[in-house]
Design a protein around this ligand. Structure first.
Ligand code: N01
Length: 642
């Protein structure tokens, strides 16, 4: 069972404990030991991680201190085992805070504490679960919900509705759950944030085989979640939503779907949750001659596993996160690899990117209660709001500057030094691969050295001349340069800013959702929009996070808010809530101003963070805390009530 965290008893074998401790993540082990023993004196000042080095695997603890911490952990664990392995009472909030303070090396403020307690999910308490049930609030009221999509967000929404006793149907176009993890099967596909953090807070799993697990492991996790949550029988697979139309007189959404037999059907519901994701519709480039290529060609999200690359000349258009993952695999087999790069990337060094979780570490997660939660907490904090200053735009910034401010300069220096070092033997590649724009203008690609090592291979060529045409035999770049190819792969990304494409969604007075957006998707809290009553988005406009946090966290906040809206409908007898235009507009003005204070908002480099108009339609510019606070509950004054 995916979500199980069954702890196994510590063995009598002291050597086994000592051996495992060599692989321990010590900064998060000591709070776990303090918690299970109730002995907070274990959190010694001299063994405290260094705040400035949070992303260091051992929090900057020097080797002699690591040895001391290991010895302390050994003695504590052995004594705890010998005394009967009794876990101390759940700590008080002030004790938990003391442990948090120790782990992150600073005082956790009052406002962050409740958020962090939720994330920790001690004693398997799912604090974000609805603490109410439809039957006890308004059993007679019809409140059916259609969820569109059974990926990470859709599974979560279904689970929450199930917990609240609200009837729901999930419409999924694929034959199974998983969304992006079902569709993207290209070689090398893996999660680029740590999967101990990229998982539901209430369904944590300690036995991830890798720090960044491959696609098939993530897919299995989401498949198992769907089964464990008991939502599978509510999912209509191989069924695609074509349109949704609001019937104002009845306050009902009529959803047109094409079912598994190809027939069109209508489903009625009082509310819709769109959980279609932002990165689910492949984007093919607008290049002359696109379809003229005679050899095999396909997009990374529609990988053709029949194709053998061995001995072939392969061309790849695009160098984003997807391409950076699959190109190294193609380079293993292909005779020649031609990479067509339009814009270079910044690469964030992640030494454990392809690493298996060490045996000893896994052993400790299995044998030490609460260790997995504290490790997840560490990851959550290490990639949290503390990163925002690195992407801030100073007042002195002007277009063309290579950095946006002081923090961004530090980030640039770090990333540039790493790239220069890795490509030191090839100044020509440094010239081509080193961006001249500020880091975080577009998505920073995660890498462990695989990308530069691939570029350094003799049969791999990084081509930066712009593409003029795709021809039957290959690609022609400026200056009439022909690049003959056997196979052409598009790593050209997704239609991220075209939310809900190609569905037709019609709201009050026949207004079309895409026409209302006019190419520039906006929503209030990324969740609701005027004229579309009881229509909720998950991972909607401006809810993507760039450097701080995990997208699962955002989806959990959105689910919390949507459930609060549904509770309001049940509680108040209101038929429908429709976001007030002035609330929506004021909110979006603030979002736009916020994004203009971030590197991705001021930079002119192309990125999927922006709509065609150049507005940042995807990203959330503020703290994780702020989104959590804003989505905790609904303010009815934000809505026109029917
Ligand atoms: O897509 P992208 P992606 N001519 O849009 C190029 C997530 N993800 O699939 O930069 C030439 O980033 C384009 O060039 P440019 C992750 O959030 C996650 O790689 O626009 N080139 C760019 O190089 C990621 O950010 C994981 O100039 C053209 C590339 O194609 C998001 O998905 C793994 C072109 C597109 O890059 C999208 O990543 C993979 C043209 N006409 C992805 N049009 C995880 O680890 C486009 N390009 C979870």
């Amino acid at each position: 069972m995916t979500t199980s965290r069954k702890i196994e008893p510590l063995p009598q074998d002291d050597d086994a404990i000592r051996k495992a401790l060599k692989d321990a993540h010590l900064p998060s082990l000591l709070p776990a030991l303090a918690q299970i023993t109730g002995d907070l004196s274990l959190l010694r000042n001299d063994l405290m991680p260094d705040t400035a080095l949070l992303t260091d695997p051992q929090g900057g603890l020097p080797p002699e201190k690591q040895t001391e911490a290991q010895e302390l952990a050994f003695k504590t664990l052995a004594a705890w085992r010998d005394a009967g392995s009794v876990v101390a009472d759940i700590p008080t909030h002030s004790e938990v805070r003391r442990m948090m303070d120790y782990l992150i090396g600073e005082h956790v403020s009052d406002e962050y504490l409740p958020l962090l307690l939720e994330e920790l999910a001690f004693a398997d308490i799912d604090a974000r679960a609805p603490q109410w049930h439809k039957e006890t609030i308004n059993p007679g009221r019809s409140l059916r919900v259609v969820i569109i999509g059974a990926g990470m967000s859709g599974i979560l929404a279904a689970h929450r509705l199930n917990q609240a006793g609200i009837p729901f149907t999930v419409i999924e176009k694929n034959e199974d759950v998983g969304g992006t993890w079902f569709e993207n099967t290209y070689p090398g596909a893996r999660v680029d944030s740590s999967n101990h953090a990229y998982s539901y807070s209430f369904a944590q799993k300690f036995d991830w085989p890798y720090h960044h697990s491959p696609q098939e492991v993530l897919l299995e996790y989401f498949r198992n979640c769907a089964t464990d949550f008991g939502i599978r029988e509510n999912i209509l697979f191989n069924t695609e939503v074509l349109a949704a139309t609001y019937d104002e007189a009845r306050c009902i959404w009529k959803v047109s779907v094409r079912n598994a037999n190809g027939r069109e059907e209508k489903i009625e519901a009082e509310a819709i949750i769109s959980a279609v994701g932002q990165l689910n519709r492949p984007k093919m480039p607008d290049i002359e001659g696109l379809s003229s290529f005679k050899g095999p060609s396909f997009h990374s999200a529609q990988w053709d596993h029949e194709i053998d690359f061995k001995g072939k000349a392969v061309g790849i258009i695009g160098t984003g996160s997807s391409a950076s993952q699959f190109i190294p695999h193609l380079a293993e087999a292909a005779r020649e690899v031609q990479i067509f790069q339009r814009t270079p990337n910044w690469y964030a060094p992640a030494p454990n990117y392809h690493e298996r979780v060490a045996d000893g570490f896994l052993w400790l997660l299995k044998h030490v209660p609460t260790y997995a939660q504290w490790y997840r907490f560490w990851l959550f904090w290490a990639i949290s709001d503390g990163f925002l200053p690195m992407v801030e735009v100073d007042n002195s910034w002007k277009p063309g500057d290579a950095v946006t401010g002081k923090g961004n300069r530090q980030l640039r220096e770090l990333l540039e030094a790493s790239m220069r070092k890795q490509l030191a033997t090839r100044p020509d590649l440094i010239e081509k691969a080193l961006p001249d724009f500020p880091p975080a203008s577009k998505r920073i690609v995660v890498d462990n050295g695989t990308w530069p090592n691939t570029l350094l291979k003799e049969h791999v060529h990084l081509i930066t001349e712009s593409i003029e045409q795709i021809t039957p035999r290959g690609v022609r770049t400026e200056g009439n340069n022909e690049h003959p190819l056997d196979i052409l792969v598009f790593g050209t990304g997704f239609q991220a800013s075209k939310f809900l494409t190609p569905m037709k969604v019609t709201g009050i007075n026949g207004v079309d959702m895409h026409e209302q957006w006019d190419g520039d998707a906006r929503a209030y809290l990324g969740i609701t929009m005027p004229n579309f009553p009881n229509f909720f988005f998950m991972y909607g406009p401006n809810t993507n996070i760039v450097v701080n946090g995990s997208i699962v966290y955002f989806s959990e906040c959105e689910a919390q808010y949507i459930l609060e809206c549904l509770r309001f409908l049940l509680d108040s007898g209101t038929q429908a809530i429709d976001c007030r235009a002035e609330v929506h507009d004021a909110y979006n003005e603030r979002i736009d101003a916020g994004n203009l204070k971030r590197a991705w908002g001021v930079s002119s480099v192309p990125s999927w963070y922006k709509s065609d108009s150049g507005r940042v339609a995807q990203n959330w510019p503020f703290t994780l805390l702020e989104y959590w606070q804003q989505t905790k509950q609904i303010d009815p004054d934000d809505y026109i009530l029917t």
